[in-house]
Design a protein around this ligand. Structure first.
Ligand SMILES: [Zn+2]
Length: 299
């Protein structure tokens, strides 16, 4: 401990660099602050490292990334090494700006505008980063294979998934088209895209509601399958195109309005029974307490 007192700024700086290699960013930040207090020949680099270590510990705050981009842009350091990663300051600052935008858009509620914003951001990654590796993902997530192009494909897929989930509410066929687009982008980045494919199939499926007879499109969104005893006498003949029950005879299709009306009504009935039972229990409790008190006083 006593030796620590005699460390000079550059020794503290070197210790900070070693701590970065071990991914101990909080400790590294402390060393760089100490190095700056004692004066180090690596003053600019120390300040830069503090900014990036902060990002590593707080990687979901758009304002932090904007702040980092500004500071890195105004730094005198043009290139540096962070852990094992070689970084160009200007390019890294740009990545920080794009990341800030990504975090901000991701935080918005789903809407067609959010989908459009994601597509525009994808274009920015494609044009400004292109085939170059994303240093931010390498440093923050340990991903060495992502590039501007791969990030753009992920964002395109996310954009169409967002738009699909919004469109399906009023136009299930349109929703299915968007999910098909999302699937194509997922395939390009090497994902199975299975989730998008299943949604696309579900969104384009049409059935007839067993209860109200309405034709309804969009499985899981506008209609659901509910268990029911469907005796053979109710079985639809093979010529029926729009089925109101699956082949298994154990369930029926219900449109969301019918399904939610029944669910809500049954919730109300359950609630009424629950309230009545609680009231009864409370009354019984009071009666018992009165009886116990009466026994006590009579002694
Ligand atoms: Zn219905």
């Amino acid at each position: 401990m006593a030796f620590g007192l005699f460390k000079n700024g550059d020794e503290l700086f070197t210790e900070g660099v070693d701590l970065i290699k071990r991914k101990e960013y909080k400790k590294a930040t402390k060393q760089f602050h100490k190095a700056l207090d004692k004066e180090t020949s690596n003053e600019d680099l120390s300040r830069l490292y503090i900014i990036i270590c902060d990002l590593c510990d707080n990687d979901n705050d758009a304002a932090e990334f904007i702040n980092a981009a500004e500071k890195i842009n105004s730094s005198n350091v043009k290139r540096f090494q962070f852990g094992l990663t070689e970084v160009d300051s200007k390019e890294f600052a740009l990545e920080c700006t794009l990341m800030a935008e990504e975090i901000e858009i991701a935080g918005r509620p789903d809407s067609m505008e959010k989908g459009k914003a994601l597509k525009e951001l994808a274009q920015k990654y494609q044009m400004n980063v292109g085939n170059k590796p994303l240093k931010i993902n390498e440093i923050l997530k340990g991903e060495t294979s992502s590039t501007g192009i791969s990030e753009a494909l992920v964002l395109q897929a996310t954009a169409y998934e967002t738009m699909g989930m919004v469109a399906v509410m009023s136009d299930p066929k349109k929703g299915a088209e968007y999910m098909q687009m999302a699937y194509n982008f997922r395939r390009q980045i090497g994902d199975s895209g299975e989730k998008d494919m299943n949604m696309m199939k579900g969104f384009s499926r049409s059935v007839k509601c067993w209860l109200c007879g309405r034709t309804v499109t969009g499985e899981g969104i506008h209609f659901v399958t509910t268990s029911s005893d469907v005796a053979p006498v109710f079985k639809e003949d093979g010529s029926v195109i729009l089925k109101s029950s699956p082949e298994d005879n154990h369930s029926i299709y219900m449109c969301k309005p019918c399904y939610s009306a029944i669910s809500n009504r049954s919730d109300q009935i359950s609630r009424a029974y629950y309230d009545k039972a609680m009231e009864e229990m409370h009354r019984m409790e009071m009666r018992l307490e009165a009886e116990i008190a009466a026994v006590r006083y009579s002694k």
